[in-house]
Design a protein around this ligand. Structure first.
Ligand SMILES: Nc1ncnc2c1ncn2[C@@H]1O[C@H](COP(=O)(O)OP(=O)(O)O)[C@@H](O)[C@H]1O
Ligand SMILES: [Mg+2]
Length: 377
């Protein structure tokens, strides 16, 4: 397995389990932001079967992409890199020019991964498709610094959790390929997965330790390498961050991994408009909070020389989620500042009650999501 350590060039896959949570929007704007900070960034459309990144960049689909690479041997991945309208930002299209490339074989996946590793750039942002299947998970495992995007909706959070579960399982499977005993055990777990009585990764580590104590220790050490980062998108209020904290707790209890929060992006209709105009939203909405949030995430990555390890100032914050909380509070406060037009000053009491009611039902919704999540552990 190839991980990011000791490599200057960083491959950052973006996944999330569910479609429509904003993976592509975030991948495009994040990559553009990094290029604006002077980093040579290559954006890769690996959402095979649903490639659409070129439209978000306002590019015509005339260039060969990953689909051509897969269906013929005429290209190297490096040759697919094409320039964009913006300095330092490059793009590799997906499979829009090729009809139905189907399920990728192991060797094709390995060729793509090897090709990506050879690209010359500071950062390579890889937009993955939705779903929690092993093809997406395998691409996510290109690096240990993948980004998980989710919205605060119950289904999206559940999908993000399923994705992480498959990710950790697949990682263990790969880590122990040369260990027959453990491989047989993991196969058995996969085969016997039944709803209601699923083993958590934490249970599996107990089993593995019983089979072979040294393998158990190895598994624990391996899992420490995984450092996926969460981005919460389409946030409406501060209580949405609590949901992410629930996901973090579930990951540490059931999956034995430490999920950190890289940042939040608020829900803003301007994002939809930017899709229609086929321009990344950070270009024309410099003053918007969402733009500021994207730049903030991009700076967190660029400024961590050992990303995904993040140099958090732990004297100030308990963890990255507390920081996300504080950032979100500030974002919302400045948002309210902007909205304070003369008419909206002097809130009438009905408006206030309505707001409280919405917030309360939102909190109830969040609590039931957390409950569902812990039942599905
Ligand atoms: N922060 C946001 N605020 C409002 N709408 C958003 C936001 N992020 C994404 N969207 C909208 O959600 C839809 C899906 O986004 P997309 O990036 O294509 O999702 P995915 O790649 O996860 O399938 C788009 O219509 C986009 O405009
Ligand atoms: Mg997408």
């Amino acid at each position: 397995m190839i991980l990011n350590e000791n490599v200057d060039r960083k491959i950052i896959p973006v996944a999330g389990g569910k479609g429509g949570v904003g993976k592509s929007v975030i991948a495009v704007n994040l990559a553009l932001s990094m290029s604006m900070y002077g980093k040579k960034t290559v954006l890769v459309d690996l959402d095979l079967g649903g490639s659409n990144l070129h439209t978000l960049l306002g590019l015509r689909n005339i260039n060969p992409g990953i689909g051509n690479f897969v269906s013929g041997r005429n290209y190297s991945v490096n040759e697919l890199v094409c320039p964009t309208d913006w300095e330092n930002l490059y793009f590799i299209p997906g499979d829009v020019l090729v009809y139905g490339i189907g399920e990728l074989t192991k060797s094709v996946k390995a060729r793509i991964v090897k090709g990506l590793m050879d690209i010359d750039a500071d950062y390579i942002i890889v937009d993955l498709g939705g779903g929690t299947n092993f093809t997406v998970v395998d691409f996510f495992l290109i690096s240990n610094s993948g980004l998980i995007v989710t919205t605060p909706q119950t289904i999206a959070v559940m999908n993000a959790y399923s994705f992480l579960k498959n990710y950790v399982f697949r990682f263990l499977q790969r880590a122990f390929t040369s260990d027959k005993e453990i491989t047989t055990y993991l196969k058995k777990v996969l085969k016997e997965r039944r709803p209601g009585e699923r083993k958590t990764v934490t249970d599996m580590i107990v089993d593995i330790t019983e089979i072979n104590p040294a393998a158990g220790e190895k598994a624990e050490a391996f899992l420490e390498v995984l450092q996926p980062k969460l981005i919460l998108n389409k946030i409406n209020g501060i209580e949405d961050v609590s949901l992410a904290e629930g996901l973090r707790d579930l990951c540490s209890q059931n999956l034995s991994i430490n999920l950190e929060c890289l940042g939040t992006v608020i829900h803003d209709e301007m994002v939809n408009r930017s899709i229609n105009s086929q321009r990344p939203f950070i270009l024309d909405n410099e003053e918007d909070i969402a733009t500021e949030e994207i730049h903030r995430i991009s700076q967190k990555i660029i400024q961590s020389s050992n990303f995904p390890e993040m140099p958090l100032e732990l004297d100030y914050y308990a963890d990255s989620f507390e920081l996300a909380h504080i950032e979100m509070e500030n974002d919302l406060a400045s948002l309210q500042g902007i909205d304070e037009t003369p008419e909206s000053e002097g809130y009438d009491i009905d408006k206030l009650l309505e707001l409280i009611r919405i917030q309360q039902s939102r909190i109830q919704e969040l609590q039931s999501t957390l409950k569902v999540l812990s039942m599905n552990g």
